[in-house]
Design a protein around this ligand. Sequence first.
Ligand code: ATP
Ligand code: MG
Length: 333
Amino acid sequence: MPKRILTGDRPTSPLHLGHYVGSLQNRVRLQDEYDTFILIADIQALTDNFERPEMLEANVFEVTLDYLAVGVDPHKAKIVVQSMVPELTELTIYFMNLVTVATLERNPTLKEEIKQRNFTKGIPVGFWSYPISQAADITIFKADLVPVGEDQLPMIEQTREIVRRFNRLYKKILIEPRALLGKVARLPGTDGGAKMSKSVGNCIYLGDSPEQVRQRVMSMFTDPTRIHPTDPGHVEGNPVFTYHDVFNPDKAEVEDLKDRYRKGTVGDVEVKERLVKALTDFLDPIRARRAEFAAKPQLVREIINEGTRQGRALAQQTMDEVRSAMKIKYALD
Ligand code: ATP
Ligand code: MG
């Protein structure tokens, strides 16, 4: 049996460069080797967007386009819509008994995200408990490996704890998954913030036009201590150079720019112009493939339906085992 991958994204907006380096790149690289399931986590997206559920449908489509655009092959990887697999909610409920309130309250990513979201009417239980539903997502597919960005490590750890508890209490049927970090574990935002994130709006999207890329790069944060182009500048922690390191294949050019930046002999504008070029070269083929699929919405819907059908069949099989293990497999007659 080939090993299995489960990973996914919240359909809160189209995907960005952070998703690419954090997770998408690994999914594409490993899809031949692993039986791959990619979950579009619309139920999880609802936990902080429940007042605007109508935005999910379009974003499920957009996120699928991003997958196909970066090279996810629907013949190899199954794209599954979370809300169309009701077994996931059942497993989530069973898992809720295996986690304490105190454990959730200690989760550092959750704490950070709650702070960032500034919930004015209190923290919704759905949001606060999403690590549990995410554990159900991963385990229902019996995933061995979960390609994710660094912010998701506490979620994988939580999943492993739940699996160990379940297996000890009931029967050893679930798999303890491992996280796989991307080439860049956490890509900073264009505002210099620690993480490029849809909810913050500091992103360069995979579907951005060259004009949008230019606009976003030109307004990027650089070195706040540098006032004039002749001032010696800082390269470390400067998001423009972080992006150069990741996306500019011309390493000699990057080294030259860094060298001149440190000496104060190159301005921000030139460094940014070169980055626009590197990013545009990187995104051009992705945008072209995205447009090809966008022109065939029926095909995209079939891909989602077929992936979801296969995902649901696997989820039903696992739930059958879960109910047996928990001795709650009553038969209706
Ligand atoms: P939201 O703000 O809506 O939570 P997000 O940008 O955090 O959006 P998610 O859908 O929550 O995106 O994350 C999907 C996957 O992409 C996760 O594995 C996450 O770790 C990874 N990821 C997201 N942003 C980055 C980033 N800036 N760097 C590396 N990985 C990232
Ligand atoms: Mg997120």
